[in-house]
Design a protein. Structure first.
Length: 129
């Protein structure tokens, strides 16, 4: 099982060459996204003014991912992670904290191209070299 960050889902959908750095690492694994990733992806689609056809293709693409929704345990853990990161001088964006916390709680790697996730205790990170 792996959690995909927003950028990885976007690379895969858009057939971006950077997706090649990750596809072999997620092949055959249960692939999950955070509710936060889902929101960020849809925000991007709306902000770019995608038409109905492109949004329908995107919705179909997103069906392959299981979405993890927040509950009390995730909320508490996310607040704790943000507080811990701030106390060591590495304050996190709220969106990144939701995604990282989801991976930590599920005890599975986070696949991301974003270097902001490095150095988070208990977070296994899969990144391209």
């Amino acid at each position: 099982m792996v959690i995909l960050d927003t950028n990885i889902v976007s690379y895969i959908f858009n057939r971006d060459a950077r997706a090649l750095n990750y596809q072999d690492r997620i092949q055959g694994r249960r692939v999950i996204i955070s509710f936060q990733t889902l929101e960020e992806l849809w925000y991007g689609a709306y902000a770019k003014g995608w038409g109905d056809r492109r949004k329908n293709e995107f919705a179909h693409h997103l069906e392959q991912y299981e979405v993890i929704w927040p509950g009390p345990e995730l909320v508490d853990a996310c607040a704790g992670l943000r507080s811990e990161r701030k106390s060591v001088g590495r304050e996190m964006q709220v969106a990144d904290a939701w995604i990282a916390t989801t991976a930590i709680m599920l005890d599975c790697p986070l696949v991301s191209h974003d270097r902001d996730f490095s150095g988070i205790p208990d977070l296994e990170l899969i990144q391209a070299p």
